[in-house]
Design a protein around this ligand. Structure first.
Ligand SMILES: [Zn+2]
Length: 313
């Protein structure tokens, strides 16, 4: 089974990229059925060590918002209408995969080496997965618009620069959409994080950029007004830079309370994600959707298990 799939993937790869990369893809996909790692640990409170704030590099100039707003945003992703067999409706769930950094760091399971990430994307491609946009996911949940049975959403939290340098070329190679939830205070301001020019390029090329608050606050510890402030300011910041509406957010640490839901509605977000659970499901509630944690410790069998078994825990 894996062999046939590998062949298909190989053909795809031969057509588009260097043969040397083919070796790594085939090799990984031919892995015999090893013991599946049952590591279900949810790392909801653990975040990557963030370097101290560095002085702003004077050569990095944030774009002037007013001039950017005059341009029509490029490549705003339109909702697709899915037809034909093998569709599903919102009585079923969707795996929304949660990544952070795509780079190797010894012992840090939140940083996935790019070779491993590429192996996972290759796997999605050869299994025939469709990567949904957040608007499509929203339509699915709210209006029961059907989506392919094999649908997945790829999300990245925090806005690490390696999402641009390492993940983006791989996503492009396979023609996948994805979402990066950024901490807006870090944009142009902190080493290791995305710049405004990078998020503009991402947003213009099929990678949605959405909010992960202003300063990675633990929302439930803030007053209602402080929650409003970080939800509103991160939204405005991104709307100014990207010239398009920001409607989605991922809660830092997956942390929220009743005030968060009130503030989310007040600030006109349409959908929000936690860091817990398994597949996203209508029953989660549109402002507290589950996501599927992906660790650097998982092999391709565990990736497959989480992707195909909605009750993988
Ligand atoms: Zn985060």
């Amino acid at each position: 089974m894996f062999k046939n799939l590998s062949k298909k993937c190989s053909l795809f790869i031969i057509s588009f990229i260097f043969p040397c990369i083919l070796t790594s893809c085939s090799k990984n996909l031919n892995i015999a059925a090893k013991d599946i790692q049952n590591n279900n640990t949810q790392v909801i409170n653990k975040e990557i060590n963030i370097p101290e704030k560095t002085a702003i590099d004077a050569s990095i100039k944030p774009p002037i918002a007013s001039s950017l707003n005059k341009e029509t945003p490029k490549n705003v992703l339109n909702n697709r209408t899915f037809t034909g067999p093998n569709l599903k409706y919102n009585n079923k769930g969707i795996p929304v995969l949660m990544y952070h950094s795509i780079a190797y760091e010894k012992g840090n399971e939140l940083r996935i080496p790019k070779e491993k990430f590429r192996e996972q994307m290759c796997f999605l491609k050869e299994k025939g997965y469709t990567t949904l946009t957040l608007n499509e996911l929203h339509e699915f949940f709210v209006n029961n618009s059907p989506v392919p049975e094999k649908s997945v959403v790829l999300t990245f939290d925090d806005g690490y620069v390696d999402n641009y340098t390492n993940a983006y070329p791989i996503l492009k190679e396979f023609g996948f959409n994805a979402v990066v939830f950024v901490i807006t205070n870090n944009i142009d301001n902190r080493k290791g994080y995305l710049t405004s020019n990078q998020i503009i390029e991402l947003a213009n090329n099929g990678i949605e950029v959405q909010s992960h608050t202003v300063d990675h606050e633990k929302l439930a510890t803030l007053t209602y007004n402080k929650q409003l402030e970080t939800l509103k300011n991160s939204k405005f910041f991104l709307e100014n830079i990207l010239g398009r509406k920001i409607s989605y957010i991922a809660y830092p640490y997956g942390n929220w309370n009743e005030n968060t839901i009130k503030a989310i509605k007040e600030t006109d977000y349409k959908m929000a994600f936690t860091t817990n659970g398994t597949w996203s499901d209508k029953s989660d509630g549109i402002y507290t959707l589950d996501r599927v944690y992906i660790s650097a410790n998982f092999d391709i069998n565990e990736f497959h298990r989480r992707l195909t078994n909605r009750n993988y825990k």
